[in-house]
Design a protein around this ligand. Structure first.
Ligand code: ADP
Ligand code: MG
Length: 626
């Protein structure tokens, strides 16, 4: 306990006249840095003085458990702030454990206490006067000098036999300590503001700062006799004591939300870091409604005091839809978010929380399927982003994705895990197909071959899906492959006994088609995957997929105009193809028109026909021959 067992000859040498002391050289250096590097974030001093008051109350409460005799034992354990805009002062008072004369000198005039010491050590180790370092350490008390002409600290220790004192300084080089009669227990800090900082003597200004940084301090905070912090730091209470309404109220307060949370995860961990976290998924996804991109908004706290409302790296980008609080005792009380330097610590927090949240979603997806699906409908897009871009968590995220498939009913989805469990013994790959909706995929030519072989195909309806699948690449050791890609090899189907063109007829038709269609196709061959359609266009370009081409076109990107690389596959069992084989010699002119039209039809199914005017003219020509 700070100072309680401290013994110094000075304690007995009390004197009624003011005594002047020089700050230790290190403290002078510290003050200099604090005052000069924090000028943009002066308001921090309120948080620092309030958290010191809260610490002092906490220590006192602890001390009461063991000490029988304490000075002024009836005082309320609360923090009182008063502002006086005429006198340009702000006063912070607590009835905590207080300080003796020796403790005032030790704690406020020397480098002995933890925050400052660590700060200066890091400063010397960094080998330069790196003002950024200040952000890493709680050198709180001295932050008062960023706004103060003078600071007076009135304090009376909990020890009844110690008189009260006032410590006074203007923060330049020295301070004075003088005995004062009739103080009650605890500490009262009077900050006399510099003229250009007189704003901090305004009630509304301090209220705003307290609501931002100190809303969850455990002791009541009163500002000009009005209670400020009415919501509790729920995340530190035990789950089974908290009512549903309390969670909702907390969520609304903390996230400035008007809806009710959709999902909630409240957890704590001790290793590798001490963490208490309370995370919420809101009801709706505002990005989905076309509103602006969300900013990360899970706030970072250290023992109920806010460090950063919107820390950037606390969670991966794709979790930016989460709201709530993460509190870690392992964090140094950080002065500034711009200067959040402790990357390694934040990274560790990030890992632990992300892993825990993914585990939570996994549990939800099996134990509350409907709720999970509703969540997925709103927020699945973020999971897709994570699956594509967050390499560290990819495997866990991919498990959470859901798609309709050729084996699900309309509107029902499957996970990739379940897909794999249904795979046939010879099936090596996971197939997917991109399309606007179920109907367009089912009526297109691409599914036929898979259906005929009982191979399941995932249906992807969102424009990001292709990107996601390309980035994810494999799942559970199985390659993920587009069903409309030319490389897909399907096992032979038993040939229908009759009605197919012979191998020679196919060969000659394919050669004729290639000649007739020229550069419009890369290759023509008999298809192993067509059942009911005459032909289909397969994408022979791995990177410029049909979908990619459409997207680039929509975005007016170069590359959309690069030549198509298309393989045309024909169905030797289909009447149109059989007629074509016959017409090829009987009426070659008409056959050429039909060939072009078959290719255009295949391109339409693939979403690749850019300009239909030629086709319209051709159809009229064909109609003339009827
Ligand atoms: P830290 O809080 O990190 O220790 P500070 O600079 O904020 O550093 O405070 C320095 C020390 O002064 C504290 O550790 C505490 O011992 C003492 N102190 C500051 N404010 C109070 C207070 N209101 N009541 C009792 N002791 C205090
Ligand atoms: Mg402090």
């Amino acid at each position: 306990m700070a100072g309680s067992s401290f013994f110094n000859p000075l304690t007995t040498m009390s004197t009624a006249t003011p005594q002047k002391f020089e700050f230790q050289a290190e403290i002078k250096q510290l003050l200099d840095i604090v005052i000069h590097s924090l000028y943009t974030e002066k308001e921090i001093f309120v948080r620092e003085l309030v958290s010191n008051a809260s610490d002092a109350l906490e220590k006192f409460r602890h001390l009461q458990l063991t000490e029988k005799e304490v000075f002024d034992d009836k005082l309320a354990l609360e923090i009182n702030l008063t502002t006086d805009d005429k006198a340009k002062t702000i006063t912070i008072q607590d009835h905590g454990l207080g300080m003796t004369r020796a403790e005032l000198i030790e704690n406020l005039g020397t480098i002995a206490h933890s925050g400052s010491k660590a700060f200066l050590k890091a400063l010397s180790e960094s080998g330069q006067k790196n003002a950024n370092l200040i952000g890493q350490f709680g050198v709180g008390f001295y932050s008062a000098f960023t706004v103060a002409k003078s600071v007076k600290v009135y304090s009376h220790s909990w020890r009844a036999n110690e008189p009260g004192h006032v410590w006074t300084s203007d923060g330049t080089g020295s301070y004075e300590v003088e005995e004062v009669a009739e103080l009650s227990r605890g500490t009262k800090i009077v900050v006399e503001l510099k003229d250009d900082c007189a704003d901090y003597a305004q009630d509304w200004k301090i209220k705003e700062i307290l609501e931002r940084y100190s809303a969850f301090v455990s002791f009541p905070i009163n500002l000009n006799a009005k209670h400020i912090n009415t919501v509790q730091a729920l995340w530190l209470r035990s789950k089974n004591e908290i009512k549903e309404e309390e969670y909702t109220e907390f969520y609304k307060f903390q996230a400035h939300a008007y809806d009710e949370p959709r999902l909630r995860l409240h957890f704590s961990a001790d290793a590798p870091l001490s963490i208490n976290a309370l995370l919420f998924v809101p009801k709706e996804n505002p990005e989905r409604l076309g509103l602006a991109r969300l900013e990360p908004s899970v706030s970072l706290y250290c023992r109920k005091v806010m460090i950063d409302a919107k820390p950037k790296d606390l969670l991966p980008e794709w979790l930016r839809f989460l709201k709530g609080v993460v509190d870690s005792e392992d964090l140094p009380l950080n002065i500034s978010r711009e200067t959040m330097q402790d990357k390694a610590l934040i990274e560790k927090l990030n890992k632990v929380i992300t892993k825990r949240f993914l585990k939570f979603l996994d549990e939800e997806s099996t134990s509350r399927v409907d709720g999970y699906n509703e969540f997925y409908a709103q927020f699945g897009i973020f999971l897709k982003e994570g699956a594509a871009l967050d390499f560290t968590h990819k495997d866990q995220i991919v498990k959470l994705l859901r798609y309709e498939s050729s084996l699900t009913e309309k509107g029902k989805t499957t996970s990739l895990t379940d897909y794999v469990s249904r795979m046939q013994s010879e099936q090596k790959e996971i197939y997917y197909i991109i399309g606007a909706n179920r109907e367009s995929i089912e009526s297109g030519p691409y599914l036929e071959g898979f259906k005929a072989r009982n191979l399941e195909v995932l249906f992807c309806y969102e424009s990001v899906d292709e990107y996601v699948m390309n980035n994810v690449r494999e799942f559970d050791g199985k390659k993920i492959t587009a069903a409309d890609h030319a490389d897909v090899k399907l096992a032979d189907l038993p040939k229908p006994p009759e009605g197919s063109l012979s191998d020679d007829e196919i060969k000659s038709l394919a050669e004729w088609l290639k000649k007739t269609l020229g550069d419009r196709v890369a290759e023509v061959k008999a298809s192993d995957r067509l059942v009911d359609s005459p032909a289909l266009a397969l994408n022979a370009d791995k990177f410029m997929t049909p979908h990619m081409r459409r997207m680039m076109k929509a975005m007016n990107k170069d590359g959309a105009e690069s030549p198509l690389r298309i393989n045309l596959e024909i169905n030797p069992r289909h009447a149109v193809i059989k007629h074509l084989a016959a017409a090829q010699t009987a009426s070659p002119e008409k056959a050429a028109l039909v060939a072009e039209q078959i290719l255009d039809n295949a391109l339409i199914s693939a979403g690749l026909l850019d300009d239909a005017t030629k086709m319209v003219a051709r159809i009229y020509k064909l109609l003339e021959t009827v």
